[in-house]
Design a binder for this molecule. Structure first.
Ligand SMILES: [Zn+2]
Length: 284
């Protein structure tokens, strides 16, 4: 079953590689690697402003910086990062933009929800940074960030061959759930059990789907990060009985296939999903 699921993901990756006039770029630094929270985010803004073509956007998560631009060769990209402008004037300008973003996000329901879910872990800080930390970032911090990035693998959807080669290895890899810890949380007057795993994403995503189908009236959600994964389960949810598991699994896979097909219609989502998969499965 899982292999079928994984084969589907690979199929999207391959489609994503071939038919797109856009280049997705994933740089494996995010707020969980920041010594001053928000440095990766500010770096993303500066890098984006160094691209002169239109139709581009970017964002920063706890694990990575993602940028989508019109077609851009890998070597050109590396050169652009190497030579990018990091001037005090640009830094001031982008800091101002980030302050507005922070102000906007502060009231967002999902921002508040996930702040509680990830509290006391390496993912507890918002990747945006906060007003205090953004103010503290100096030009030198950004130059250091750039040097760090140039030593890391940068994931783009232009590097097809290497990826096809690596997929085999990852299929051969076995699956293991490793529960790190569990806790009970009360959020918005609802009680939740949250289980934190070391990743084996295929299985965890599938398990979440099965739980959702078994508990249509409960809030069940998965939050995926590179080094940890949280399954959020509202109290009162039930696990299906083992003898019914196959039927639930079939339904869950059908549901996920529908989601995957929907995603295929959106080129940006497809590129981002494929880059994220490469990074999370360490395929590149
Ligand atoms: Zn931003």
């Amino acid at each position: 079953m899982i292999r079928i699921l994984f084969a589907n993901i690979i199929r999207i990756l391959e489609n994503g590689m071939i038919h797109s006039p856009y280049t997705g770029i994933l740089i494996p630094v995010g707020s969980s690697n920041d010594s001053i929270i928000g440095t990766s985010h500010l770096f993303e803004h500066l890098l984006l402003s160094n691209f002169n073509n239109s139709g581009q956007f970017g964002f920063t998560t706890e694990d990575y910086i993602a940028i989508i631009v019109k077609h851009c060769e890998y070597l050109y990209l590396l050169d652009l990062i190497r030579k990018m402008r990091i001037s005090n004037k640009e830094i001031r300008k982008e800091k101002n933009k980030i302050m507005l973003e922070i102000e906007e996000k502060r009231k967002s329901i999902s921002e508040i929800f996930f702040k509680i879910i990830w509290a006391d872990t390496i993912y507890q800080n918002s990747p945006l940074g906060c007003a205090h930390s953004i103010n503290a970032i100096q030009r030198l911090d950004l130059i250091k960030k750039k040097e760090q990035i140039l030593k890391l693998p940068i994931y783009t959807n232009n590097k097809q061959k290497e990826i096809a080669y690596n997929i085999k290895e990852s299929v051969a890899r076995g699956a293991l759930f490793t529960v790190l810890f569990k806790r009970s949380l009360s959020i918005n007057k609802r009680e939740y059990g949250v289980i934190y795993f070391l990743n084996d994403l295929d299985y965890l995503i599938l398990a979440t789907e099965i739980l959702k189908i078994a508990n249509p009236n409960k809030h069940i959600q998965i939050s995926i990060k590179k080094k940890l994964c949280a399954i959020i389960i509202q109290w009162g949810s039930v696990f299906p009985e083992y003898r019914n598991m196959n039927a639930f699994m079939t339904k869950a896979i059908q549901k996920m296939n529908i989601e995957i097909n929907k995603m295929n219609e959106n080129v940006f989502k497809r590129i981002l999903f494929s880059l994220e998969s490469f990074y999370y499965y360490e395929l590149a």
